[in-house]
Structure formats: C-alpha cells, structure tokens
Design a protein around this ligand. Structure first.
Ligand SMILES: Cc1cc2nc3c(=O)[nH]c(=O)nc-3n(C[C@H](O)[C@H](O)[C@H](O)COP(=O)(O)OP(=O)(O)OC[C@H]3O[C@@H](n4cnc5c(N)ncnc54)[C@H](O)[C@@H]3O)c2cc1C
Length: 374
C-alpha cells in the first residue's frame, strides 16, 4: 500500500523522516553527498524544543536515546555587555524545557536507528527532473541516475530538489558568523571559561556579538556574529588563520579581554559561516510526488529553531504518509498545509529575535526579553 520514499540529504530532517517512516513500516532510501557518517564534524549544541524537536524524537521512538545524550547544566544562559558586565544570569536548575545535546551525537543516534543500507553515503545529487505522473529521475554527480516515485528534498540550504517546486534561492542575510573553538577551557582558558559559565553566553552590542556555548569536555564553542556586507568578509583571507583572527578581533577592540579571548585564543582556525535565508513565507503549489523538509523548505537565519523545525517536518511528513496509505498526495498536502504557516511564524519570530540581539538597543532588548520586562 505504501510507496517507498526517496529522501535526498541525511541531515536531521531527512534522518527523522526516514526513521519515522521505518517505525511505520514504510521503506525509505536516503541519498547523502557526504562520503560517510563521520566525513564532516557536526559541531554545535542544539537545544531540543518541547513543541517541535522533542515530539519528533518521540515519534521516532528515540526519546530514551535522546535523553541519554543530554548534557546536564547546559541550559544556563547569561547575557553580558561588551565590558564583561553580567546583565542577566540564569543558572540551569534542572527545570528547563530545552535540553541541550551535541548535534553530532543526535545525528549518530538517528543513523544507528535505521536499517543498514538505508543511507547511501557518497551519493551527491546533481539534479532532479520530473518524469510525469509524480515520478522523478535523480541524477548523481558520478553520472548515474535512478528513476523513483515519491521524492523528498531534505538537502538543506542549496537544495537540488527545490527547483522542482519553486524558483526561490537563498539570499545573504546581511550577517555572518565566524566559528572558533577553545578546548579544555577550564584549565587552558579559565577567564574565558568563567565568562561563558555553565551553558550559553551572549555578549551583545549593536551589529555584533559573541555567542558561546560550553560543550562536552569543557570545549568553548563560539560564533562571532557580525552584521557586515558579504564583500567585507570576502576581503578577509580565511586561509591565513592568524590574519583572519586578528581582523575579526579588531572589530571587538575595547571589549573585555575574557570575551575577546574567545576569538584570539581559538585552538582552531576561524571558519566563516555565511548566513543565508529564503524569503519568509516561502511556499509552493502542490506538485505531484515531491516535497521538501527543513532548510530546503524554509532556510532562515539561525534562531535556535532550524534543526527543531527540520525534525518536526520529517516526523509530521512521515506520520501523514503513514495515515494516508495509497494516497501520498493527500499526505503531502496535509503536511505542507501545516508546515507553511509554522515555518513562516518561526522565521518572523527569528527576525524579531535577531533585532533584539543585535539591534540598536543591544544588549538591553535581550535582557528585557529574558526578564519579562520587554
Ligand atoms: C551557524 C549555525 C548555527 C545554528 N544553530 C542552530 C541551533 O542552535 N539550533 C537549531 O535548531 N538550529 C540551528 N541552526 C540551523 C540548523 O543547522 C538547520 O536549520 C538544520 O541543520 C536544518 O536541517 P536539515 O536536515 O534541513 O538540513 P541540513 O542539516 O543542512 O542537512 C542537509 C543534508 O543534505 C546533504 N546534502 C546537501 N546537498 C546534497 C546533495 N546535492 N546531494 C545529497 N546530499 C546533499 C548535506 O550533506 C546534509 O547532510 C544553525 C545554523 C547555522 C548555520
């Protein structure tokens, strides 16, 4: 009764989709460009939300496995100004509702929950085309092709499946992150570790900030946020780690040294993460036999929602397919009708959050939000 599902992309969205399909006995194949599960470091902590990521993992039957990955104490949040003054400090007292896990570990949990061979590693999709009547041809970078029925693009920002549905392409948000890591913070970088505290640190000013998180093993993982034109970043040679670090650090001249240490003392070369977005409210008319989940559908600037929404999309699409056996079109329509407004709302909220974090009133807007004064 159930059509096998072909998924492009083994990120959190595609993997949750495949897993929830498997729970319902629906076969799925995931084509992933990366050569193996460990081909790329998956760095970063994710807080898993009670209304999106957590129910998705529940639908995947993986709540216990997910809970075992939660890093205790990491829900602590503090907001500092550029001088290092602590304006807001909320410890993790164990009553928080947004447990933190390492993205790589969550991804591994999902991969290991799938039957062997579900994910076809090293299969970079070069393009897709419609064969009519809801069927598609997927072409891989190595020149091979497969003809398939139901197709789901879970292939992130630069989706190769999206053109079947929409002409939209991601545009630069006006801001980028530069990523650094300080390892073994408590012993090797104690002042920076103390500033970060037990969980997340936001040191904010108009147009820029330092966002750091304490990961496992005392690793201090930082995104240095800068609202600057794309050309400004293009003028920095990120292959010269020392010069790039110095250039980024210069934007934080006069900031407290325990904060700038998160840039200048990095144990890794700084990595530029350009932030792009699809239009808020991106949607499409129903096209037989194909849809999108996660960033492929609704890429937005990082606002703590993207991975959660991707997992929710995957779980809801799989559940819709399971409840409409033999009628994939009804399932896709049901999924999209709920997903479009949900994604639009999250993107709009994310825009407001960004304004609070890096707008003219920073850091006070965020403090007011956390204290309920704003
Ligand atoms: C710097 C930064 C920080 C973030 N922090 C957070 C956070 O704290 N919390 C949160 O919820 N979200 C966060 N996000 C957003 C989150 O990372 C994304 O929304 C989420 O990863 C989307 O999941 P996805 O499965 O849709 O896509 P992705 O995670 O992008 O996965 C797509 C997969 O498809 C594969 N792929 C791509 N192209 C092809 C192809 N042509 N052929 C085959 N495979 C392909 C990729 O290799 C990848 O494995 C952050 C984003 C950024 C950039």
């Amino acid at each position: 009764m159930h059509t096998p599902v072909t998924i492009v992309g083994a990120g959190l969205g595609g993997l949750v989709l495949a897993r929830v399909l498997h729970v319902h006995g629906i076969p799925a194949t995931v084509y992933e460009a990366e050569a193996s599960p460990t081909a790329r470091s998956q760095g970063g902590m994710l807080d898993i939300h009670a209304d999106s990521g957590q129910p998705a993992l529940e639908a995947a039957g993986l709540t216990a496995g997910f809970r075992a990955l939660v890093l205790e104490g990491r829900e602590a949040t503090r907001i500092l100004d550029r001088d290092g003054n602590v304006l807001f400090d909320e410890p993790d007292d164990g009553t928080g509702t947004r447990p933190e896990v390492q993205r790589g570990e969550l991804r591994r949990l999902l991969i290991e929950s799938l039957p062997d061979g579900t994910v076809r590693w090293g299969h970079k999709v070069a393009g897709v085309r419609s064969l009519g009547e809801g069927r598609h041809e997927v072409a891989f970078a190595d020149g091979t092709t497969v003809a398939i029925g139901l197709l789901v693009g879970a292939d992130g920002a630069w989706s190769r499946v999206r053109p079947l549905l929409s002409d939209a392409t991601p545009e630069y948000t006006g801001s980028s992150y530069v990523e650094t890591y300080l390892f073994d913070g408590d012993t090797r970088h104690p002042a920076a570790a103390k500033a970060v505290g037990g969980g997340a640190l936001m040191a904010l000013a108009p147009g820029q900030g330092i966002l750091a998180h304490r990961e496992s093993g005392g690793t201090l993982h930082t995104y240095v946020a800068l609202t600057r034109p794309r050309e400004w970043f293009a003028a920095i040679d990120f292959t010269d780690a020392a010069a790039a670090t110095a250039r980024i650090a210069r934007e934080f001249d006069g900031w407290a040294p325990e904060l700038t240490a998160l840039i200048t003392d990095s144990d890794t070369a700084p990595v530029l993460r350009t932030l792009n977005t699809l239009p808020v409210g991106h949607r499409w008319d129903r096209v037989p036999g194909v849809t999108l989940v996660g960033d492929a559908a609704h890429l937005a600037p990082p606002n703590g929602e993207g991975a959660n929404l991707a997992m929710q999309d995957g779980a809801e699409l799989a559940t819709a397919l399971a409840t409409h056996p033999g009628d994939a079109e009804a399932a896709l329509a049901e999924y999209e009708q709920a997903m479009f407004p949900r994604a639009a709302r999250a993107a709009a909220d994310g825009g407001e959050l960004y304004e609070l974090m890096f707008g003219d009133d920073a850091p006070h807007g965020m403090v007011a939000m956390f204290t309920g004064a704003g």
